[in-house]
Design a protein around this ligand. Structure first.
Ligand SMILES: C[S@@+](CC[C@H](N)C(=O)[O-])C[C@H]1O[C@@H](n2cnc3c(N)ncnc32)[C@H](O)[C@@H]1O
Length: 488
C-alpha cells in the first residue's frame, strides 16, 4: 500500500485493534495489534458497492438488502425494488444515474444489466459523486482504497480479459462519458474477480456481491482464524478462535470441504496464488494425504472396513487401504464414479426444472453407487445426502429428511473445522428435524451443538441465534416436563 493510503486507513483500523503489514508472498496482511477472544468482532464494514443477485433482486430491498413481501419497484427502470420510501429516497442520488443507464442499455441493446455490470456501474457512479463532493468520502469508503487491492491483470487469461474489455465497452456506452476509460474499467473487473465477496444470508445462502475495501485486505487460509458473516450487506469478521496480538487475521475464500488439490486449484484459478497454509502444507505428509483421502477419496473394497484408499507406492494403478492393506484397482472405480457423477448432474437438472420426484430417484441412485465407491466420510456422499435432505424437506417428509441429515453429520465434522458456520447450520437443521419428529433428546443435543458454534460465527445477537436459543429453550422445557434424560 502506498504510504498515503496506509496512513489514512490507520485510525480506522486502530479502532478495531488492527494494522496492515506487508509480506513478500501475500502482499498486504491484516494483523491483530491486540488480542481478540473467540467470537469477538474483529472488523465490520459497509460495502463500497454491492448488488443483489438475480434470484434475490425481486425478494430483497436494493438498498438495505432486507427481505420483504411488500417491495416497491422503481417505476422508471423497473429493475430494482425497495422495502420502503425512505430506502428509495436515500438511494436515489446513486440510483438516478444507474436508472438512466439501465433504460439506455435496454433501449439500445435490448439487454438487461447483469450483476457484474451493475456492480461496475455503481462503482463508477459512486466514484464520480465522491470526487464531485456529492457523496461523503472516508479513507475506508473511497475508490482510492479499493484501488490498492490487487488486480492480477498480468495473470489473467486472454479470454477473460477480452470478456472484461467487452463488458467495459458496454459500461462506457451506458454512461456515455469520456471519463470512462476501457482499460481502467477492465482492470476494475479484474479487481472485482479477486477481491469482491459473495454476500450470504444467515444460513450462508448467497444473495449478492460486494466490494469491501478494508475487509478485502484479509488474506486466505484453509485453516482460517476468522469468518465473514453478513447482516444484510453489512459485513462482520468474527474470530473463530482466540487471536493473539501480532497474529495475521485470515478468512477462507473457498469451500473448505474439499481435498488440498481441489482447494488449491480453486485458489489458483481465481486468486492466482499457491496456498502454503498449515492445512495445505500438511497434505505433503502421510497424515495430510490420509485426510484428503477421507474427504475426497474412495472406500476400501471390504464393506466392513472404514479405511481410506491411498496410492499404492509400489503400483500407480492400484490403491491400497490405509487400514487393512487390501488393494483396489483404480480402473474398476472410475466408471462407477463417473456414473454417480452423471446421476448427480441429472438429479440437479431435474430439481431445477421442478421434477422433484425424478430428482429424488436420481440422487437415490447416485447415493447407492457412491456408497460402494466413495469413503463413507467423503464430501461427494455428503453432498448427495444434503440434496436428499433438501428434497425430503420440500416434500415435508421429515422422517426421511432426518435420516439423511443424521448421515451427513460425521462427514461435516471431518470436512469442516469445529467452529465452521456450515457445521453449526447442519446441527441446527438436524435439531429442527429431530424436534419436528418428537425426538426431544436428539433435538436438544443437536441444537446445543449448533448454538455452541453459531454464537461464535454469527454473534449472540444475530436473529438466527436468537431463534435457535428459543427453540432450544422450548425443547429443554419439554424435556423437563416429560422427565426426558438429556445428556450434558
Ligand atoms: C482479497 S486480496 C487480499 C489482500 C491483498 N493481500 C492485498 O495486498 O491487498 C486477495 C489477494 O491476496 C493474495 N493472497 C491472499 N491470501 C493469500 C495467501 N494465503 N497466500 C498468498 N497470497 C495470498 C493473492 O494475491 C490474492 O489474489
Amino acid at each position: 500500500m502506498e504510504d498515503a493510503t496506509a496512513a489514512q486507513l490507520a485510525p480506522f483500523l486502530a479502532r478495531y485493534g488492527l494494522v496492515v503489514q506487508l509480506s513478500n508472498s501475500k502482499g498486504r496482511c491484516l494483523i491483530a495489534s491486540r488480542a481478540f477472544k473467540q467470537g469477538a468482532e474483529v472488523l465490520a464494514q459497509e460495502p463500497y458497492v454491492a448488488v443483489l443477485d438475480g434470484n434475490s433482486q425481486h425478494k430483497r430491498c436494493d438498498r438495505c438488502f432486507s427481505l420483504s413481501s411488500n417491495l416497491k419497484r422503481c417505476s422508471a427502470c423497473k429493475s430494482v425494488f425497495y422495502c420502503c420510501i425512505l430506502c428509495q429516497k436515500k438511494e436515489w442520488l446513486l440510483h438516478k444515474y444507474e436508472c438512466q443507464a439501465t433504460v439506455k442499455l435496454f433501449k439500445e441493446k435490448q439487454r438487461n444489466l447483469t450483476s457484474s455490470l451493475r456492480l461496475m456501474l455503481r462503482l463508477l457512479i459512486k466514484r464520480r459523486l465522491q470526487a464531485e463532493g456529492f457523496v461523503p468520502k472516508t479513507p475506508s469508503d473511497c475508490y482510492e482504497t479499493c484501488k490498492e487491492l490487487p488486480t492480477h491483470m498480468a495473470n489473467t487469461g486472454e479470454e477473460r480479459l477480452v470478456l472484461y474489455a467487452q463488458m467495459a465497452n458496454l459500461v462506457q456506452m451506458m454512461v456515455d462519458s469520456n471519463d470512462v476509460k476501457i482499460k481502467e474499467v477492465t482492470k476494475d473487473f479484474c479487481r472485482f474477480a479477486c477481491n469482491a465477496h459473495t454476500i450470504c444470508d444467515e444460513e450462508m445462502r448467497p444473495l449478492g456481491t460486494g466490494l469491501y475495501p478494508v475487509i478485502s485486505i484479509i488474506n486466505h487460509s484453509c485453516s482460517p482464524n476468522a469468518v465473514l458473516h453478513f447482516d444484510g450487506k453489512h459485513a462482520v469478521v468474527r474470530a473463530l478462535e482466540n487471536i493473539n496480538k501480532g497474529t495475521e487475521v485470515t478468512i477462507s475464500y473457498v469451500e473448505l470441504a474439499a481435498s488440498t488439490h481441489v482447494r488449491c486449484l480453486a485458489l489458483k484459478d481465481q486468486y492466482y496464488f499457491d496456498c502454503d497454509c498449515v492445512r495445505c502444507s500438511a497434505s505433503e505428509t502421510q497424515n495430510g494425504s490420509r485426510e484428503d483421502a477421507f474427504v475426497e477419496g474412495y472406500r476400501c473394497i471390504n464393506p466392513s472396513c472404514e479405511g481410506p484408499l491411498m496410492l499404492d507406492p509400489g503400483d500407480s494403478k492400484k490403491l491400497i487401504c490405509d487400514l487393512c492393506g487390501l488393494n483396489r484397482n483404480e480402473a474398476d472405480l472410475t466408471p462407477l464414479a463417473l456414473e454417480a457423477e452423471k446421476s448427480v448432474l441429472e438429479a440437479s437438472a431435474m430439481y431445477t426444472s421442478g421434477n422433484i420426484k425424478g430428482a429424488m430417484e436420481a440422487y437415490g441412485k447416485a447415493k447407492s453407487i457412491q456408497q460402494t465407491v466413495c469413503h463413507p466420510l467423503s464430501v461427494n456422499l455428503m453432498r448427495t445426502n444434503d440434496n436428499l435432505v433438501k428434497i425430503h424437506m420440500d416434500m415435508q417428509d421429515w422422517t426421511a429428511a432426518l435420516e439423511h441429515c443424521r448421515q451427513t453429520i460425521p462427514s461435516y465434522k471431518r470436512a469442516y473445522s469445529s467452529f465452521s458456520p456450515l457445521l453449526g447450520l447442519q446441527f441446527y437443521t438436524l435439531g429442527k428435524l429431530a424436534w419436528l419428529k418428537g425426538n426431544t433428546a436428539e433435538a436438544i443435543g443437536a441444537l446445543k451443538s449448533a448454538l455452541h458454534i453459531l454464537q461464535v460465527t454469527h454473534g449472540p445477537g444475530s436473529p438466527l441465534v436468537q431463534s435457535l436459543s428459543s427453540t432450544l429453550n422450548e425443547a429443554l422445557a419439554e424435556a423437563a416436563h416429560l422427565h426426558i434424560h438429556v445428556a450434558e
